[in-house]
Design a protein around this ligand. Structure first.
Ligand SMILES: [Zn+2]
Ligand SMILES: [Zn+2]
Length: 322
């Protein structure tokens, strides 16, 4: 791994080059550049399509990532911009993310920021001639959401099929599964387990553990501190976790806001403890939120009080090989 001087983390990733911010046990971030597959022996990559949160920041699309294993992409969450971001990743050297090839996704929960891209994922790849129905896995309500989206777009679907567009009659369909915690999916490339996390008043919010190419990758989804994440990781190769740092001033209605953050999300210092207990080999931050005057360095410093392994602050279109 070649260590680069600070100041390069805003760069886009390049083909065959992964640019990540790796923070070591020093009080500031340093940046590393490492080779991605084919240098990676496992052939597994994590592509961050959107690392944002509900705020409409064009540099940070809605939460979505892809686990790419054996040349096949498995999406987790489908926030705003998912298909366009997949197309960008595909053009930059991840062919598995060609939009017409996107045919399987896992939802952690049904908050709008994690699902606003679902109509896009159902319809756009179909317009691009995908003929295979979308396989969709998620908590209770996933099936109903897919049905309602198809109902909302019924006229669009009818016109595309019967009109001059000549769309196929299968690729807009969704095979949706409301899953229970446990093993939920397996094929030749990956096996996937779902587990419950704690996301405020949501009855059901899930995290996922992917096993692929000899690597274990755990995704927290949105959660306040949850032992289930620690148990699911248990020495995993990569733990991808949400996080917030800082606080909102009490003078601007901050008390209520912070109450919400505590019940629904995980602070940087809480995450430090989770990462240490999970014994993950790499902690990747996504859906990260800086409140008030907090800076990335503050977020990292708080995590490092408890956890001493490598930390990656994920940015849109970063590719990480665990
Ligand atoms: Zn949420
Ligand atoms: Zn969220």
């Amino acid at each position: 791994m070649r260590i680069r001087p600070a100041g390069l983390c805003g760069d886009h990733f390049h083909f065959i080059v992964v640019l990540v911010c790796v923070v070591t046990a020093i009080p500031f971030a340093v940046h590393a550049q490492q080779s991605a597959p084919p240098g990676s022996s496992s052939g597994v990559e994590i592509v961050f399509l959107g690392t944002g949160y509900p705020a409409p920041d064009a540099a940070r699309q809605g939460p979505s990532l892809a686990i790419v294993a054996n040349g096949k992409a498995y999406l987790v969450d489908v926030g705003t911009g998912v298909v366009r971001q997949a197309n960008s990743a595909s053009q930059r050297g991840v062919p598995a993310l060609d939009p017409a090839a996107l045919d399987i996704a896992f939802l952690t929960h049904l908050h709008s920021d994690h699902t606003l891209g679902l109509p896009d994922l159902i319809l756009t790849p179909w317009v691009l001639r995908r003929s295979k129905p979308l396989e969709l896995y998620g908590p209770s309500g996933t099936k109903a959401m897919a049905e309602h989206i198809l109902e909302a777009y019924a006229e669009d679907i009818r016109i595309r099929i019967t009109g001059l567009e000549g769309a196929n009659t299968t690729g807009y369909k969704v095979t949706a599964h409301d899953v229970q915690p446990g093993s939920i999916y397996q094929d030749a490339n990956v096996s996937v387990k779902a587990f419950l996390v704690k996301h405020g008043t949501w009855k059901e919010a899930l995290g996922y553990r992917f096993q692929a190419g000899g690597k274990s990758i755990v995704i927290s989804g949105d959660t306040s501190p949850a032992d289930s994440v620690i148990d699911a990781c248990n020495g995993c190769d990569a733990l991808i976790h949400e996080v917030y740092a800082g606080s909102v001033a009490l003078s601007s209605g901050g008390a209520e806001w912070m109450q919400y953050m505590k019940a629904f999300h995980t602070s940087a210092s809480e995450l430090g403890e989770i990462a240490a207990k999970s014994r993950t080999k790499m902690l990747i931050l996504t859906h990260w939120i800086l409140l008030g005057n907090a800076k990335e360095d503050d977020m990292v410093r708080e995590i490092l009080e408890k956890y001493s392994g490598p930390i990656v602050i994920a940015r849109d279109l970063d590719v990480v090989a665990p």
